[in-house]
Write a new protein. Structure first.
Length: 231
């Protein structure tokens, strides 16, 4: 009886495999890629996170609580502030109190439990721009840098450049590689040898020192984006 049942189970599994194989044979290449991607749980999670990061980077003007270049020299090196919640005040952060360090003469900030700054959603700043959340008082969830600029806002704005340049770099590499590969394969001969030798010479140099040298050779007044495309 057990042998008959095991044979039946094997037949069912074999039938399902044949059915799956028939379905796979009818799918296009893109559908096969999408099917394989959906079965990869880590790939789906990474794709969702990447999409969220791109949305935050594109909408940094709205999602960031401050502008990336808002300078407040009186609030330098503020440590990250914790976000709290209460029924009366909703979301809020504690105020800040400062003490001057006698050795470095720098202001050191700690939280002031007696003061609370409520977090306001759809906050309108002095320039009339809307932000998803902000506060009338100091609210720096990731702290500030040496010029008093909000680090969370600077990360969101900086993601625009870092994440976009990655896509642009890959796109340009595909275009240039396709053009040079087509020329090399079509003409052959000395053209092929010249292209291959130039690529080998460039590949022989370490990447980071080569980029540093090319970046140093460019005009110092160029922005980071211009330097990226120049190198």
């Amino acid at each position: 009886m057990n042998e008959i049942q095991s044979i039946d189970n094997q037949a069912i599994e074999t039938g399902e495999e044949v059915k799956d194989a028939a379905e796979v044979g009818q799918l296009s290449y893109r559908q096969l890629i999408w099917r394989r991607f959906r079965k990869n749980r880590m790939g789906v999670i990474a794709g969702v996170l990447l999409l969220v990061f791109y949305i935050l980077a594109i909408g940094a003007d709205f999602f960031a609580p401050y502008h990336y270049n808002d300078i407040n020299m009186r609030l330098r090196h503020v440590p990250p502030q914790r976000l709290h919640f209460s029924v009366e005040d909703g979301f809020y952060v504690h105020g800040l109190k400062s003490v001057r360090n006698p050795e470095s003469l720098e202001l050191e900030f700690t939280k002031d439990l007696a003061r609370r700054h409520p977090v306001e959603f759809l906050f309108k700043d002095a320039d009339g721009k809307r932000h998803l959340f902000s506060s009338a008082g100091p609210m720096f969830l990731l702290g500030t840098d040496r010029m008093g600029r909000d680090l969370l806002s600077r990360i969101m704005y900086g993601a625009r450049v870092s994440m976009t340049l990655g896509l642009v770099g890959v796109f340009l590499s595909i275009i240039l590689g396709s053009i040079l590969g087509t020329i090399s394969g079509y003409w052959g001969g000395w053209v092929d040898n010249l292209i291959q030798r130039v690529i080998e010479v460039l590949s022989a140099f370490p990447d980071i020192p080569l980029w540093m040298a090319l970046g140093a050779a460019l005009p110092p007044g160029w922005s980071s984006i211009q330097i990226y495309f120049g190198t």
